[in-house]
Design a protein around this ligand. Structure first.
Ligand SMILES: Cc1cc2nc3c(=O)[nH]c(=O)nc-3n(C[C@H](O)[C@H](O)[C@H](O)COP(=O)(O)OP(=O)(O)OC[C@H]3O[C@@H](n4cnc5c(N)ncnc54)[C@H](O)[C@@H]3O)c2cc1C
Length: 203
């Protein structure tokens, strides 16, 4: 097609659809993979510089068809390293805000249970972590009421993974589950404003 005609068509598209119309020939950033990593990368890049034109491509017909869609999507902020704690704690706060104010992403604070043996190196760690995030200790007497839970491992399991008997547990209350496809939908629902999330068979 003649160059002049092409540029006129592009001009018309821009007038009708705005600058985020997908059929443009230039993108500043192209992200391969419309899972949670690709989509959140697109989201944060766009947040930093809203003038950037970003394209997310995926070999699947829509987003969240890879590991993200298969995931149990459990989240927790119980980590031994500061960096993991800070990353997960701030992400949970961000998605809590989204869930309460912008889009229901199926966030449920059902907790995250760590089963512990009588003597373990982590007791000190739980004590310091409890100052930063809500934790609750559960005693053996309450754990034993959970029918599906075996506090003393059978011989095969004990030998296989050297699992000691469970005497107590810690439940993180700032932990739970989300709907992974809804988190991706949250990113994609802003595509008119933020970027085009397309699907292409290859690059
Ligand atoms: C069964 C299961 C349970 C899990 N449970 C949890 C959990 O409870 N909590 C938790 O935090 N994590 C969990 N995970 C891990 C979590 O799902 C992944 O860490 C996360 O989804 C990775 O996101 P991603 O965007 O990197 O990958 P993906 O979601 O796999 O996205 C990658 C995308 O790239 C696309 N792609 C790949 N190659 C190409 C190509 N050549 N061209 C175009 N597109 C391409 C794929 O189609 C896919 O859509 C679980 C994972 C599984 C499988």
């Amino acid at each position: 097609m003649d160059c002049k005609i092409k540029s006129i068509i592009n001009e018309i598209r821009l007038i009708i659809f705005g600058k985020d119309f997908p059929c443009v020939s230039h993108y500043d950033v192209i992200i391969v993979g419309a899972g949670i990593i690709g989509l959140s990368s697109a989201y944060y890049i766009k947040m930093r510089d809203s003038s950037l034109r970003i394209l997310v491509v995926d070999k699947q017909p829509t987003y969240a068809q890879g590991n993200t869609g298969r995931s149990a999507a459990g989240f927790r902020d119980l980590f031994t390293s500061d960096i993991n704690f800070n990353l997960s704690h701030s992400s949970i706060a961000f998605y809590r805000h989204v869930n309460e104010n912008e889009l229901d992403i199926g966030m449920k604070f059902v907790g995250y249970l760590f089963l512990l043996p009588e003597k373990n190196d982590l007791d000190e760690y739980w004590a310091s972590l409890s100052k930063k995030t809500p934790l609750r200790e559960i005693q053996e007497s309450d754990l034993s009421k959970i029918k599906a839970l075996r506090l003393i491992p059978d011989k095969e399991t004990g030998d296989l993974i050297s699992a000691p008997a469970v005497t107590h547990a810690v439940i993180g209350e700032n932990c739970g589950i989300v709907e992974p496809d809804l988190i991706c939908k949250y990113s994609c629902s802003y595509r008119r404003k933020l970027w085009y999330c397309g699907t292409r068979s290859d690059l």
